[in-house]
Design a protein around this ligand. Structure first.
Ligand code: IPE
Ligand code: IPE
Ligand code: MG
Length: 269
């Protein structure tokens, strides 16, 4: 059967119903890659790809909210992306501001909590201000956590957390023996978000590019060749469905897991 680029709404609805029947990932991270190539393939400037990519952001965010995902983290700008040509960085900052202004109503109307991780102090004031405003405004909402990773790097995050922990030890507020994974995790930018279950990366690259390094310890990865501006609700749902068909073993054997399921089911009855 021919499958066009744009999914029919019935297809999306049917897929949504199907994924809702099985346990959903609580927290999904997306490495939204391929905007530049999408534009270059069409002979357009790269910024057009970023612009088109923001339509995917809107569509995927809506879809994640509708199916009941608790937390969605979008890698929008990495610590390393500052080294791109100045015009591209400037265009990305303009787009970010535009996004924060245009999506305000949608975020508030749907009770979304907007969050940001990364070295946001580095962002220009014209981005930081609407970002802080919307974070504050949406902080009392109780719906999906939408986290934008901006000027974000996983290594940078771990180093910063280590520094904070070391300072507490130095001040006598924390004993070295008391540092465990839980305590360390409380010093990360993602503190308070559910465990990362699924990472999706578009554009055919199969690498993590400094995204949620600590948090991805046991996440499932779904890689797709689709370029981000073309990744819309239907494909997002297919990625979730792939996740649902995996067996997450967390170091155990398959048999142990099956036994756990049996005793869990007995316990529940
Ligand atoms: C991802 O698309 C967006 C950002 C990194 C800001 P790219 O701009 O990396 O697109 P490609 O990888 O060059 O195609
Ligand atoms: C990762 O994409 C960062 C974002 C999607 C924001 P990049 O395009 O920067 O990653 P590399 O350079 O291919 O690893
Ligand atoms: Mg890229």
């Amino acid at each position: 059967m021919f499958r066009g680029l744009m999914a029919e709404p019935e297809d999306v609805q049917r897929l949504e119903e199907a994924v809702k029947q099985k346990p959903l990932p609580r927290h999904i991270g997306i490495i939204m890659d391929g905007n530049g190539r999408w534009a270059e393939l069409r002979g357009m400037p790269r910024v057009q790809g970023h612009r088109e990519g923001s339509n995917s952001v809107r569509e995927v965010t809506r879809c994640a909210r509708r199916i009941g995902i608790e937390a969605l983290t979008l890698y929008a700008f990495s610590s390393q992306n500052w080294s791109r040509p100045a015009e591209e960085v400037a265009a990305l900052m303009d787009l970010l501001r535009e996004y924060l202004e245009k999506e305000r109503a949608e975020i508030m109307d749907h009770g979304i909590r907007l969050n940001a991780i990364g070295d946001v102090e580095k962002l220009p004031k014209f981005v930081r201000e609407p970002l802080d405003r919307l974070r504050e405004e949406s902080s009392k909402n109780t719906g999906m956590w939408l986290t934008l990773a901006l000027s974000y790097g996983g290594r940078e995050e771990i180093v910063r957390a280590t520094r904070d922990v070391a300072e507490k030890v130095q001040k006598g507020e924390l004993r070295p023996e008391a540092i465990d994974e839980r305590v360390f995790g409380q010093h990360l930018w993602t503190h308070g978000l559910p465990e990362l279950d699924l990472v999706i990366r578009s554009s055919g690259e199969r690498r993590i590019s400094n995204f949620l390094l600590w948090q991805a310890a046991y996440a499932e990865f779904v890689f797709t060749d689709t370029l981000w501006p073309e990744l819309r609700a239907e494909e997002f749902l297919r990625c979730v469905s792939q996740y649902q068909n995996r067996e997450r073993r967390f170091g155990l054997t398959g048999a142990q897991l099956r036994n756990q399921k049996v005793s869990g089911a007995q316990g529940a009855s």
